[in-house]
Design a protein around this ligand. Structure first.
Ligand code: CTP
Length: 411
């Protein structure tokens, strides 16, 4: 499990689980909230218990588990738990569960709890593609969304059996992050519907020889978080990924894997003409070895090739994308990042001007912060002079604030 982001106040989280094969992933979701210090109450449906036993959820959450409204009646659970919750997340949310929730049924503890709740409710669907795309399910999803319930876009990919398509449960850590984002930062209205966004993520790697490379500490988390939030707001996402942690693709995203800076440059330039927004979140290696050795370099050789690797400068991908726009080859809004260890504002403002981007997310990376971490903060510097502080938050919360600002740029 990835590093759990700490929250300043423990939340009272209800994790609802309905009866699908992905119910086992709810265990990881419970752990994610517990590790963040939150109080978790699991409410499975009766069918969910066919997949995971109540004892597992009780042990993981440290709280009793009931499915119906006729246990612990004296505590009036179906009202109290819903009233006290800060956040309700249902994962997996099956087609049947969403149909019951959309109809306003209160035939078990989970649906009753949702009817009572005034806190954000986030559903993470999981079902076969045909069931997800069925007009009945889509109508239920639309009804739930109209009523203010967040129904996340499911992941695409292999489902049980050999079919692929939308309907797979998002990874538990991503569900937790998106739910926290809904609670703290923003809902996922389809404000990017119809937009194509192109995001670079992770670090580029420059080969020295077949076994060594020059790389950096970027994990790709911020770029993927930007993709997750954009996909939940309705965008079609393409990620050009250098070296990253083992991250799951954002819902429906195309992921293009690259190694070197020049490969990343080519992939970005090829796709920029169709993009509405381009974000260079990647940590790009500024230099590469002048020559890549075809065999492993050996220590103690007369030419001493290993102790004196000559470097040559890489192309600036961001600047190249701005030049493409100047040449009329793309009309995309172009966003960059700036990693600075000192004189952040001065350097950031100069970098924004030098690169010609519409906006830069300025990060202070002094002491190795940000890279590989679960949280981020910084300032958004816009070419029109606007400067906005982005407060400390998870990388998904920061991503939501960046998208808010990008959406404002074109208003
Ligand atoms: N970038 C790029 N191509 C490069 C280097 C950086 O596209 N060869 C992009 C990064 O993805 C980021 C922005 O430019 O969006 C700023 O990157 P940063 O590493 O902060 O700056 P550098 O251009 O490397 O400048 P410096 O080394 O002076 O800090």
């Amino acid at each position: 499990m990835s590093e759990a982001p700490h929250s300043s106040h423990p939340l009272r989280v209800v994790v609802g689980v309905s009866g699908g094969i992905a119910a086992y992933k709810a265990c990881h979701l419970v752990r994610n909230f517990k590790e963040a210090g939150d109080e978790v109450r699991v409410i499975p449906t009766q069918n969910a218990l066919n997949f995971v036993g109540a004892a597992t959820f009780e042990a993981l959450s440290g709280n009793p588990v009931d499915t119906g409204v006729f246990t612990r009646v004296d505590e009036v659970q179906h009202v109290r738990v819903g009233q006290e919750a800060d956040l309700i997340v249902v994962a997996p949310a099956t087609a049947d569960f969403m149909a019951r929730a959309a109809a306003g049924r209160a035939d078990d503890l989970l649906t009753s709890t949702i009817l009572v709740a005034t806190c954000p409710v986030v559903l993470a669907p999981a079902m076969h593609t045909e069931m997800w795309l069925n007009p009945a399910t889509q109508a239920n999803v639309a009804t739930l969304r109209e009523r203010g319930i967040t129904v996340l876009e499911p992941a695409h990919g292999r489902l049980t059996g050999k079919d692929t398509g939308p309907g797979r449960l998002l990874e538990p850590d991503v569900i937790a992050e998106l739910a926290r984002t809904v609670l703290r930062t923003s809902t996922f209205a389809p404000t990017l519907a119809g937009k194509r966004v192109l995001i670079s993520a992770g670090g580029t790697q420059e080969n020295i020889d077949p076994v060594r490379y020059i790389g950096n500490r970027s994990s790709g988390k911020q770029g993927y978080a930007l993709g997750d939030v954009a996909a939940q707001r309705g965008a079609k996402v393409t990620i050009v990924a250098g070296a990253t942690d083992a991250l799951d693709p954002p819902s429906g995203a195309e992921v293009i894997k690259v190694g070197s800076t020049r490969e990343m440059q080519q992939a970005m330039a090829e796709r920029a003409p169709e993009a509405d927004v381009v974000i260079m979140a990647a940590a790009v290696a500024d230099f590469r070895p002048e020559a890549e050795a075809s065999t492993k370099l050996k220590k103690g050789k007369a030419d001493d090739a290993l102790s004196t690797i000559r470097l040559t400068e890489n192309p600036d991908i961001l600047k190249g994308l701005v030049q493409m726009r100047e040449a009329g080859e793309t009309a995309a809004t172009i966003i960059g990042f700036a990693a600075e260890t000192d004189n952040e504002f001065e350097n950031g403002r100069a970098k924004l001007k030098r690169k010609g981007a519409d906006m830069l997310m300025l990060n202070s990376v002094a002491g190795g912060g940000v890279f590989g971490q679960a949280r981020n903060r910084g300032w958004l510097l816009s070419a029109d002079g606007r400067e906005e502080e982005i407060p400390d938050g998870t990388k998904h919360e920061v991503a939501a604030r960046i998208w808010d600002a990008v959406e404002r740029l074109s208003q």
